[in-house]
Design a protein around this ligand. Structure first.
Ligand code: NAP
Length: 484
């Protein structure tokens, strides 16, 4: 089965911060892969913009290097690289100065989609938005793309939303959370709402609890300053894990349309209870292989910022009352693994007697690596000697199930940027969602700051602090393993 490529209309895409890390690692390689897949028409234009001095050919050389480094499998084909570069140009612009804006406006084509990617720090969003409007670049087909962090707390998120709303309609603003662009995350919706099998069981009557784990092996190298101000709660929990929680817990939207989906997600966030202090575990990683511990990495021996957080959340609505959601994320853990485990209840009565043990179904949705879905079911252990039960996985690895042509599905940025061009906001966060997520997050952070809580140390290469195991054990539950 070969995945279909549906061509998009011609567009102009301006990348503010076109020389930066995100542009080089993610945005430009994603555009290049979509170009190689034949998704765009010939006359698309990509315009990099930043303060550094480059002419078009120097910028194309920078882009070519980025493609060789971050899209090496496709960049071997030099006609493709040349074809892509022919569509790339550069304008020198300082967001806070006047030079360059008229030149940029002059390069844009009338009557086509024009997307402005704000791949710069949020401090500059207001200046960029103001200049785009002042230079007459806002049309019905203008879209802007903004990256996390979308605020540091509720007030700053409100301020950012207000700044953008001063220049653009909400329907023109695309707030990226790249987790939402992952194939399996969308599959989560397909599995839930495309099958009769799961949805009737998707509630507190049948689901004992849900675990969401986003484990990373990397530390915070290269992002020390930002990370020590943010921590795992702001960097991961408030956005990525919250979005996964919303998709797993939301009611079926009436249709798969942007506002219908986002309305349902918003209801989940608003139904979240405040998290109790004893349901929160924070940790900081220790040293490993000559690498410093967290505090050494940030150069602050007294840092109280967490590189790990686990918490137990509750959603107060009819569907989920009584079913806890355990969420955890951390750096320098034993394996890189993002997975959602839906832990079903035991069958109400075992006809096989106490010796058969306790068995419950687990639906595991793996986001990375090796995207796929596994359903653990209970069967009879083969062979004579009575009825012994074992749990076996019904495993659907997407790469295997869908054939070799789908071994390399588009990455999240490829899908999301093409959605921007198509004008489909379903997989982007709406302003009120972001604010509701901060409204839930702020009191949690304020609580531990007021208590003076200090994160617990944990070994690099482990599954996190021991207290996170206790969080589960106290409830008679345990975390599923973190496997690569
Ligand atoms: P970066 O490497 O520091 O790049 C920043 C870019 O902005 C550079 O191209 C810089 O180029 C340009 N710039 C800075 N000041 C400017 C100004 N006054 N006017 C015009 N251009 C200006 O940062 P980054 O890692 O690419 O991150 C960009 C944004 O994405 C940040 O908000 C970050 O939090 C977010 N983000 C990044 C990642 C990632 O993986 N890197 C992931 C998620 C979100 P000049 O110095 O030449 O002007």
């Amino acid at each position: 089965m070969v995945s279909r490529v549906i061509p998009v209309d011609p567009f102009d895409l301006v990348i503010f911060g076109g020389t930066g890390d995100l542009a080089r690692r993610k945005i430009l390689p994603a555009l290049f892969r979509r170009y190689c897949a034949g998704q765009w028409p010939e006359d698309v234009r990509i315009i990099g913009a930043a303060r550094s001095e480059h002419d078009d050919s120097a910028y194309r050389a920078l882009v070519a290097d980025a493609l060789r480094e971050f899209a090496p499998e496709r960049a071997k084909d030099s006609p493709s690289v040349d074809g892509f570069l022919a569509r790339v140009s550069y304008v020198r612009i300082d967001a806070e100065e006047q030079a360059g804006w008229a030149e940029l406006a002059g390069q844009l084509t009338e009557d086509r989609v024009r997307a402005f990617y704000f791949s710069v720090g949020p401090r500059l969003f207001g200046a960029l938005a103001g200049q785009i409007e002042a230079h007459g670049m806002v049309t019905d087909r203008t879209r802007i793309v903004v990256e996390k962090p979308f605020g540091h707390d509720l007030q700053s998120a409100r301020d950012l939303n207000a700044t953008l709303a001063g220049h653009f309609d909400e329907g023109q603003i695309y707030r990226i959370d790249h987790y939402l662009g992952k194939e399996t995350v969308q599959n989560l919706m397909a599995v839930r709402f495309g099958n009769m099998l799961f949805e009737p069981l998707w509630n507190s009557q049948y689901v004992d609890h849900i675990q969401i784990t986003v484990a990373e092996t990397v530390g915070i190298a290269g992002r020390e300053g930002y990370y020590d101000r943010a921590g795992a709660m702001r960097d991961m929990m408030q956005n990525h894990l919250m979005q996964l929680l919303c998709l797993i817990a939301m009611e079926p939207p009436a249709k798969f349309d942007p506002d219908a989906v986002r309305d349902e997600k918003l209801k989940v966030i608003r139904a979240l209870d405040q998290v109790q202090p004893h349901h929160i575990v924070r940790g900081q990683y220790g040293p490993s292989d000559g690498e410093p511990d967290y505090r050494g990495a940030v150069g602050n021996p007294r840092s109280a910022t967490e590189s790990y957080i686990a918490l137990r959340a509750h959603i107060s609505n009819w569907r989920w009352a009584g079913t806890p959601f355990y969420l955890r994320t951390g750096k320098r853990l034993v394996a890189r693994s993002s997975v959602i485990n839906v832990m079903f209840k035991d069958a109400p009565h075992s006809i096989f007697g106490a010796d058969a043990g306790r068995h419950a179904n687990v639906l595991s949705i793996r986001l990375q690596p090796n995207e796929g879905i596994t359903l653990k079911v209970t069967i009879k252990e083969p062979g004579p000697g009575g009825m012994r039960l074992i749990d076996v996985p019904l495993d659907m690895s997407f790469a295997e199930a869908l054939g070799p042509e789908n071994q390399d599905p588009p990455d999240a940025y490829e899908r999301l940027i093409m959605d921007v061009i198509r004008g489909n906001q379903t997989l982007f966060m709406r302003g009120d969602e972001v604010e509701a997520a901060w409204a839930w997050t702020d009191p949690i952070i304020a609580g531990w700051q007021a208590r003076g809580d200090v994160p617990k140390p944990y070994d690099s290469g482990s599954t996190g602090p021991g207290d996170a195991e206790l969080l589960m054990k106290r409830d008679g539950r345990h975390w599923q393993g973190i496997k690569p």
